[in-house]
Design a protein. Sequence first.
Length: 167
Amino acid sequence: MPKTKAQGVLFGLIMSYAMAYGMEIYNVAIKEGVHMTAGGLSNMTNPVFWDALKEASYMGLLVFLFSNLWGNRLGAAFAARHCDPRRDNPYLCRLLRQAGTVAVMCPTMSLAASLLFNVCLAGAPITQLPAIWVGTLLKNFPMAFFWNMFAAAPFSHWLLGKLCPTH
């Protein structure tokens, strides 16, 4: 875990962009018609990664902003209600904090993406926003949870350790 304010900001940026890029790959792939078959992913192409990187460049900033405004605090509060690091396994406490943060950030980012991509850019009527938001949230939550637990968080901790060996 980060030990200084600067390490905390660096970790937050790494995590924000790791989450944004993974989720954008997922969403761009769905938009491009990629789906699971018995043989694996069907229709996955290399341009998905480039298109996702372009979208993640600004979505990562939104993740960083919203996580610093409320996502991290609410995730920490969730973990504190269910885990005591002095008594419980610290790794379990970290996982609960991640789960709590995802439980806040996924609805937040699903709303931001619904507004940006569906209402502003695609011209969907604002009256359809609740349905679009719920659909986006239901589609994204499982991926956000597992991407955070098994890819983004481990990668972010690993990279912070490489960049700041004393963290």
